[in-house]
Design a protein around this ligand. Structure first.
Ligand code: SAM
Length: 288
């Protein structure tokens, strides 16, 4: 689909006409490539049965594609200057609500219940503000199970970490925290040149599809998420050294032996199921 908003001249003119500039503090980099926009929406597989949550509609480059395909779009924008522009641009669409709110403070379950009505699916689609990529994703994943799929543009390096596999340099606490709830895939690499202004990093689109039946389940999820952060606290240290900041070495050696894990192992060599086994074991021992 060809839109009119996500184009270089449109974005420049809209900013000039409204006496605005792209605000760095809000991570504003507006997308100006119709091909990339179409690919994002295609990857999201949305239809008229979908309620789409959009984070940061900006001037509406992505929103324009979303309102044409989705049943309803609920868009949260922190920048008050953009709200009247969005309302004017999309005045002919009755399937869009722009809410002036910080996504990190939204009562997402309440809003979904309010806007979902008869729609069957709830998906998130966004060109994220990069300065808060991780808090947005981890925050929403912990707050709600109603959003079943996320398609998000983010900094390439973060995308590689989220989709990182064991035994690679990209694998870390974030890959595990997200991999616990969802299948993550890197859909598309995007060069920095398709944004206004151009950021100083390249980007990528990541898709998270939440598991209906997660392959593994920790006994205490809050404890598990804290535990994996501790396991990767200092990347160059062994698992034992990271964990011994909090637990006794003899206890840890016994646990590793019990699970057939070698003493000098580094966290990036282990898989999700190993972290769950250890987290359950330590939680049982120390907390009960
Ligand atoms: N969707 C637009 C596009 O693709 O051109 C803009 C994307 S821009 C990378 C990120 C957007 O998120 C900006 O519009 C910015 O104002 C907004 N934003 C930044 N922090 C936010 C927050 N905490 N809550 C909601 N929106 C936020």
């Amino acid at each position: 689909m060809q839109g009119k908003i996500g184009n270089t001249s449109y974005i420049h003119e809209a900013l000039k006409e409204n006496d605005l500039y792209a605000k760095k503090k809000f991570g504003q980099n507006f997308l100006t490539d119709q091909n990339v926009l179409s690919k994002i929406v295609d990857a999201a597989n949305i239809d008229k049965d979908t309620l789409v949550i959009e984070v940061g509609p900006g001037l509406g480059s992505l929103t324009e594609h979303l309102v044409k395909r989705a049943g309803f779009v609920l868009a949260y924008e922190i920048d008050k200057d953009l709200i009247p522009i969005l309302n004017k641009t999309f005045k002919d669409y009755s399937n869009l609500e722009v809410i002036h709110q910080d996504i990190l403070e939204v009562d997402i379950n309440k809003d979904i219940d309010l806007y979902k009505k008869d729609l069957k699916k709830v998906y998130l689609v966004a060109n994220l503000p990069y300065y808060i990529t991780t808090p947005i994703i981890l925050g929403l994943l912990s707050k709600t199970e109603k959003i079943r799929q996320y398609v998000m543009m983010m900094q390439l390096e973060v995308a590689q970490r989220i989709t990182g596999k064991p035994k690679t340099k990209d694998y870390n606490a974030l890959s595990i925290a997200i991999g616990y709830r969802a299948k993550a895939s890197l859909e598309l690499k995007v060069p920095r040149t398709v944004f206004i202004p151009s950021p100083n990093v390249d980007s990528a689109v990541v898709k998270l599809s939440l598991y209906d039946n997660p392959p593994y389940k920790a006994k205490n999820e809050e404890f598990f998420f804290d535990f994996i952060r501790l396991c990767f606290n200092q990347r160059r240290k062994t698992l034992m050294n990271n964990l011994s900041q909090k637990y006794k070495k003899e206890f840890l050696a016994e646990m590793l032996h019990k699970f057939g894990i070698k003493d000098g192992v580094r966290s990036e060599e282990l898989e999700l199921k190993d972290f769950i086994k250890m987290s359950d074991y330590i939680e049982d021992y120390y907390e009960n």
